[in-house]
Design a protein around this ligand. Structure first.
Ligand code: URA
Length: 444
């Protein structure tokens, strides 16, 4: 197939057959379609859209571009969780050890920070020695030994998505529902899962800004899972403010450790337990949401979840002592309070300026090749709706030097609004999406 034919068809709003999708993606993975041709194709897809069958065909073609994990021999349910990306979202670091401590295998493949959102791999790499680049053979051995692995997308998994994602980032074609759904699901389906839980973020800090688009994304991924006999449940969770208090790699890892030790901030625990309940139900550990929640709380209270995190860290070359002593995590050179400029009510803690602020301090990337400073970021101790006095500390800024502290202050000036009154924030978990459709979320 001449690549120009596929580009012209999408440019003109026509559809490609499943065989044409396979041929085009295979040719791209083999280097026969150039990056500039794929860029034009992606923009045509972005503007013209893909129908349901085309989205399924793209997912299949990206999945077929690489290998799949065969984990049936583990003899237990294999469940992963994926988030569409947020600020302060360290849920994966808590959830993977927690759920795997309850007999579920968790082969978790995560990403790096992107745009204003943080990435699980960057947070894990704040732990001295921790390796996220494992081969599939090493990851499988870890799953066999301890029931969990926390790794990045390897060259073997959906390589076509890996190349396309980098192009989408560079060509402003990320925010398209079929492209996001196919990208996420091709990687997840390669993990050989028996179930998947999705955390689809909503609110101004989410990639897709309006609720209808977020629900459509969730429904698309649920139905792609069903095509492959992988049951998927999605929860819509709030990203109109950062999740938890810490934003920045080592700071978030420290907060995740506190959560595993029973001392996590309430909003982080609520979202973690809501997703964990769905993972235990998909795993068949229990059908009852209340029972699932009690098991999760029990694993935190007994120390089983924290102990499992130590085993994972040790298996991946990191220093497990950080769980007992988080002061062993890298520490910022400078730390200063940010105080309230006036009395009033916190009307907003905007996630985007906070996320971009972490990058400005050196804790995120503007180019894929950038290295990140794990020590920098913010700990924000107020939430929308809190009443504050003038001069009261609202946050701590962690930076490399005095200039970083000044940059951090400017970011917080943009992010934190104090007013006479505040709109109510979004519910932490608002919708549950499954094969049965969209329902309002009812907590266990
Ligand atoms: N995460 C992914 O893996 N792919 C996307 O397209 C967006 C978020």
């Amino acid at each position: 197939m001449d690549p120009r034919d596929a580009i012209a068809q999408k440019r003109d709003g026509k559809r490609l057959t499943a065989a044409e999708w396979q041929a085009f993606i295979r040719a791209y993975a083999a280097g026969e379609v150039t990056d500039y041709q794929m860029s034009a194709f992606l923009m045509a897809c972005f503007l013209r859209g893909l129908d349901r069958e085309e989205t399924a065909a793209l997912t299949q073609a990206m999945l077929d571009s690489g290998r799949r994990l065969d984990l049936a021999h583990l003899g237990r349910p294999r469940i992963d969780k994926h988030s569409t990306g947020g600020v302060g979202d360290k849920v994966s670091l808590v959830l993977a050890p927690l759920v795997s401590s309850l007999g579920v295998a968790v082969p978790m493949m995560s990403g790096r920070g992107l745009g204003h959102t943080g990435g699980t791999l960057d947070k894990l790499e704040a732990i001295p020695g921790f390796r996220t680049r494992l081969s599939l053979r090493e990851a499988t051995a870890e799953l066999e030994a301890i029931g969990c692995t926390l790794i990045g997308q390897t060259d073997e998994i959906a390589p076509a998505d890996r190349k396309m994602y980098a192009l989408r980032d560079a060509t402003a074609t990320v925010e398209a529902i079929p492209l996001i759904a196919a990208s996420i699901m091709s990687k997840k389906l390669a993990e050989g899962l028996t179930g998947l839980v999705l955390d689809v973020k909503r609110g101004p800090g989410a990639f897709l800004r309006d609720l209808d688009a977020q629900l459509e994304l969730a429904q698309t991924m649920v139905s792609l899972g069903a095509d492959h006999e992988c049951p998927v449940v999605a929860l819509l969770t709030a990203m109109d403010r950062p999740l938890g208090r810490a934003c920045g790699n080592a700071l978030e890892t420290e907060e995740a450790i506190q959560a595993l030790r029973g001392d996590g901030p309430p909003d982080l625990m609520e979202v973690t337990y809501a997703l964990g309940v769905e993972m235990l139900r998909l795993a068949g550990i229990t059908a009852d949401a209340g029972d699932a929640r009690r098991r999760l709380e029990g694993a935190v209270a007994s120390g089983a979840a924290a102990g499992q995190f130590q085993r994972i860290i040790e298996a991946q070359g990191g220093n497990p002592a950080v769980v007992d002593d988080p002061a062993l995590l890298p520490q910022a050179a400078e730390c200063e309070f940010y105080t309230a400029p006036r009395a009033g009510v916190v009307a907003a803690v905007r996630p985007r300026p906070i996320g971009y602020g972490v990058t400005r301090l050196g804790g995120g990337r503007t180019k894929t090749a950038d290295s990140v400073d794990p020590t920098v970021g913010f700990v924000i101790t107020v939430k929308p709706g809190d009443r504050v006095e003038a001069g009261q500390p609202l946050a701590s800024i962690y930076a490399r030097d005095a200039r970083g502290i000044a940059d951090g202050r400017a970011c917080l000036d943009e992010a934190v609004a104090i007013a006479d009154a505040a709109e109510p924030p979004l519910p932490l978990v608002s919708h549950r999406v499954s094969r049965a459709g969209v329902e309002p979320y009812a907590a266990a």
